[in-house]
Write a protein that binds this ligand. Structure first.
Ligand SMILES: Cc1cc2nc3c(=O)[nH]c(=O)nc-3n(C[C@H](O)[C@H](O)[C@H](O)COP(=O)(O)O)c2cc1C
Length: 368
């Protein structure tokens, strides 16, 4: 099969995309210090990946200092960060591209060294994860037992999502994506392994989905549904979250989001959930095939796609657009390469989380 299906236009919320090849959010830990502020280097990186009418989703961006858990990731809560992001959005718009920002709170995957009060990070329940945490100076240390959020603190976080969504629009992003995937705070509320609360945010599936719905509603109230996307990683157990009823859990979450009519739903295939899993499990269930019937709006699929399998999933109708993660890290002009059938260089893991331009903005482009 050819790849023509990826080059048909698509309506996503208030935007008409010229094609269906999407840059998914990719953490690269290259914000300027102090202050976790995006700068010219980040603007160059995103501009390299922009195409007329193409959708880029900028990397996971903390909504507050407390939501951070890796050094060098950008924020969207300070005036300096808003001004820094403006460099990025201007550079993308100059190429005719569209860019959304992914809003992120790491919950228990953070560490006390990031917390303004120096105490352990926050989570739905006081349950630590097994794998190590990273400190503010980049050391790998045992994970801490998180502090269970109070209901008042939950309300504050929900309000913060709305506030920073407005910051993103002020920074001229087309919209925002709620990061509810990969075992971070919202996913920690969804799954029973990390949410053992006895109040209205824990227990039944309905209660565990509540935080996702309230965050998404707050963001929609702040910036309008037609510029809000939501990302989930169903069935994969990414980020050490688990549920005994995982198919129903994510089905319920998708059904609960549908009446809010966000611009799109973005699903990571369980065959490749999470940034650190480089393997592809060919026998894994396809999340987009499983849940498509529950979602009538735009649906973006991510996780292990090639040009051909991406075009196939679009032709089949199980997804409307396809996000290519690793491929886009080292091939800035991926869209051109897919369209022209040009080979691409393989992704380059050693530079995912380093600093500076090497392995970030120094990859060659093909001539059109
Ligand atoms: C270096 C790297 C960083 C990532 N950072 C994020 C992130 O910030 N937010 C997110 O939702 N997913 C993140 N992911 C997951 C990707 O968005 C994507 O879902 C994943 O790479 C699967 O697609 P692929 O098989 O085409 O690489 C990251 C993946 C990689 C490789």
């Amino acid at each position: 099969m050819g790849t023509e299906a990826l080059f048909a236009p698509l309506q996503v919320g208030r935007f008409e995309l010229a094609h269906r090849v999407v840059l998914p959010p990719l953490t690269r830990m290259r914000a300027q210090q102090p202050g976790d502020v995006p700068g010219e280097l980040n603007a160059e990186y995103y501009a390299q990946r922009a195409t007329p009418g193409g959708l880029l989703i900028a990397e996971a961006t903390q909504i507050s200092p407390s939501g951070q858990g890796l050094p060098g990731t950008p924020g969207i809560y300070s005036d300096e960060q808003v001004a820094g992001w403006r460099l990025v959005t201007d550079a993308v718009h100059a190429q005719g591209g569209l860019i959304f920002l992914q809003l992120w709170h790491m919950g228990r995957q953070s560490h006390s060294s990031f917390q303004p009060d120096g105490l352990p990070p926050f989570a739905p329940s006081a349950i630590p994860r097994e794998s190590t945490a990273v400190t503010a100076i980049g050391e790998s240390v045992p994970s801490e037992t998180p502090r269970a959020l109070t209901v008042e603190q939950i309300s504050e976080i929900i309000a913060t999502y709305g506030r920073v969504a407005r910051n993103a629009i002020e920074a001229a992003f087309g919209g925002v994506e709620v990061h509810a995937a990969n075992g971070y705070l919202i996913d920690q509320f969804l799954n029973e392994s990390t949410d053992q609360r006895a109040d209205r945010y824990g227990g039944s599936i309905e209660n565990r989905v509540r935080f996702l719905v309230e965050v998404t509603s707050a963001v929609i109230d702040a910036v309008d549904a037609d510029r809000v996307g939501v990302r989930l990683s169903p069935l994969g157990g990414a980020g050490e979250v688990h549920d005994s009823n995982t198919k129903e859990l994510y089905g319920h979450a998708i059904r609960a989001l549908a009446p809010l009519h966000p611009a799109y739903l973005h699903l990571i295939e369980p065959r490749r959930c999470g940034a650190r899993n480089d393997d592809i499990d060919p026998d894994a269930v396809s999340a987009v095939r499983l849940y498509r019937q529950l979602w009538s709006g735009a649906l973006i699929a991510a996780g292990g796609f090639t040009p051909e399998t991406g075009a196939e999933i679009v032709v089949e109708g199980a997804a409307d657009a396809v996000a290519y993660g690793r491929a886009f890290t080292s091939t800035p002009d991926l869209v051109t390469r897919i369209q022209h059938g040009t080979a691409w260089t393989p992704w380059h893991r050693p530079t995912f989380y380093t600093s500076g331009p090497v392995g970030y903005t120094d990859f060659p482009r093909v001539n059109d």
